[in-house]
Design a protein around this ligand. Structure first.
Ligand code: F6P
Length: 326
């Protein structure tokens, strides 16, 4: 541990919930900007569970070398059941007191924000960064990892289209988004899908089948339907399409490939900007804030206010598919 006496305070960093590409870039930014601004920085492994178990270490600038380009999270992640109890939260707070953590930077999704709010109530100052591929955090236009995940999806779907085209098939491709169709609607538009099925909008499978038959009659030979994970049943959807159109149909669930891989330029830069912003907020002695992107600018909200917001859905883009897939 550092024996510096001139430090302004100690920042603990953790990642929690599902990992997302760009989390490492955020860890690096908070670490380096924190040290640059005169703070001691501690990395906490396995999210709130690591805080409970005092699984942490002091980080210097070299500890975050060579991670900006890597997916996953060097701090590991977890969904801690123990932290959901008051007892667990008190143990986490006891670690902060023992180690001298004044601020926590918590990177993750809604569940991470709720955890931060709980420990804030016990007196630990938290700043949250949005990190999830799903882009399902209401207060922000954008979450770290979303851009990379979409780019991975389009790369995978482009490959599927090669074989779908060669065999004159219909591909039903399920993309991640347990509660949200943001990945689905964007990749559908980006890959020329005939339609997209998400939890946010009603759909009629018979209309999709009719569209496929109508387009087959105009000479189209291969088709793609994107399904959001929250809707599920992609195997059944493929079967139904095959039975009602006569077109050989296959379902592909893209799964965890979407969560890994090198972060895109956008994810690295937004993570860096958010990490530095977190340290700025700490410098202003702000607490219990979440950082968000609004109309390309970084802003911050009270955690509770952020959690009470309702996420919008790009129904305009969804509806555009009707004309784009003619
Ligand atoms: O990271 C978000 C997400 O990818 C969801 O879309 C998905 O349902 C979920 O995580 C699955 O995560 P896990 O299997 O790790 O619980």
């Amino acid at each position: 541990m550092s024996d510096r006496t001139d430090i302004k305070g100690t920042i603990g960093i953790l990642t929690s919930g599902g990992d997302a590409p760009g989390m490492n870039a955020a860890i690096r930014a908070v670490t380096r900007a924190g040290i640059f601004s005169g703070y001691r920085v501690m990395g906490i492994r396995r999210g709130y569970q690591g805080l409970i178990e005092e699984d942490l270490f002091e980080m210097g600038p070299r500890d975050v070398s060579d991670i900006v380009q890597r997916g996953g999270t060097m701090l590991f992640t977890a969904r801690s059941k123990e932290f959901m109890t008051l007892e667990g939260q008190k143990r986490a707070k006891a670690t902060c007191d023992k180690v001298g953590i004044d601020y926590l930077v918590c990177i993750g999704g809604d569940g991470t924000y709720r955890g931060a709010m709980d420990i804030c109530k016990l007196g630990v100052k938290c700043i949250c960064l949005p990190g999830t591929i799903d882009n399902d955090i209401a207060c922000t236009d954008y979450t770290i990892g979303f851009d990379t995940a979409m780019n991975t999806c389009i790369e995978m779907i482009d490959r599927i289209k090669d074989t779908e085209m060669s065999h004159s098939r219909c591909s039903v491709v399920e993309v991640m988004g347990r509660r949200a169709g943001h990945i689905a609607v964007n990749v559908a538009a980006a890959t020329g899908a005939i339609d997209v099925i998400t939890v946010e909008m009603p759909y009629d499978i018979d209309k999709i089948c009719k569209k496929i038959i109508d387009q087959k009659n105009t000479g189209k030979t291969h088709f793609e339907v994107v399904v959001a994970e929250g809707v599920g049943h992609s195997e059944d959807i493929a079967k139904y399409i095959q039975e009602h159109t006569g077109i050989d149909s296959r379902a592909t669930i893209l799964g965890y490939v979407q969560r890994g891989g090198a972060p895109s330029c956008y994810d690295r830069v937004i993570a860096a900007r958010m990490g530095c912003y977190a340290v700025e907020l700490i410098g202003q002695n702000e607490a219990n804030r979440v950082i968000a992107v609004k109309n390309t600018k970084l802003v911050d909200y009270d955690i509770q206010e952020a959690l009470s917001m309702k996420k919008g859905y790009d129904s305009h883009l969804h509806n555009l598919l009707a004309s784009l897939s003619l």
